[in-house]
Design a protein around this ligand. Structure first.
Ligand code: FE
Length: 197
């Protein structure tokens, strides 16, 4: 894959379709400046501010842009809310559509064929692989991202965080909890190490 991408880039550059400096700038932006901390701030704000939560439910694209997160691969956003009776899981069955402005670049497993097919067929099994076991009574809803519409999962606010400041709450929000393959961290447990990218 690496070689094929390099070959493609070389050909496109030679033909003048691609400016390597622009490519580097784009990759650097999404690799080092934009990442899941943006999404975590959206989640934490929704946890503390009912007016903002209501806005997210009605028009996620605008509510997220209001915090300064917009642009490529995040033009049309929908927030899906986890509750005790329904857990949401996001996948792109076709390729790897992912909300870059709030989560950064997708992890490799998100783009893998096994995740893309199994998330639909056996979401509970996928969650188990990520160490997440939900009560049998909790329904799992799977959302298929597309180039037109991307999803951000709003994880449940962990118990025992009443009165916490927004920034401390944001620290409990992991990338995986916003894809649906994880839960927000409990206040007593240190964050799980991130799954490999
Ligand atoms: Fe896709």
């Amino acid at each position: 894959m690496d070689l094929r991408v390099r070959a493609l880039e070389t050909v496109l550059t030679a033909k003048g379709y691609v400016d390597p400096a622009a490519l580097d700038a784009l990759i650097d932006t999404y690799q080092t400046r934009i990442g899941p901390r943006n999404g975590a701030r959206v989640v934490a704000r929704a946890w503390v501010d009912p007016t903002y939560l209501d806005w997210l439910r009605r028009d996620a694209s605008a509510a997220i842009a209001d915090l300064g997160y917009s642009g490529r691969q995040g033009e049309h956003m929908r927030v899906v809310e986890n509750t005790p009776v329904c857990h949401n899981l996001v996948v792109c069955t076709l390729c790897s559509c992912y909300p870059w402005p709030v989560l950064g670049l997708p992890p490799t497993w998100y783009k893998s064929a096994p995740y893309r097919s199994r998330a639909v067929r056996d979401p509970r099994g996928v969650l188990a692989d990520f160490g997440v076991t939900l009560p049998e009574a909790t329904a799992i809803r799977v959302w298929d991202s597309t180039a037109e519409l991307r999803y951000l999962v709003l994880p449940q606010r962990p118990a025992g965080t009443e009165g916490w400041p927004e920034a401390a709450l944001a620290d409990l929000v992991t990338r995986d909890s916003m894809i649906g393959t994880g839960l927000a961290c409990a206040p007593s447990t240190p964050p799980r190490p991130p799954t490999p990218t």
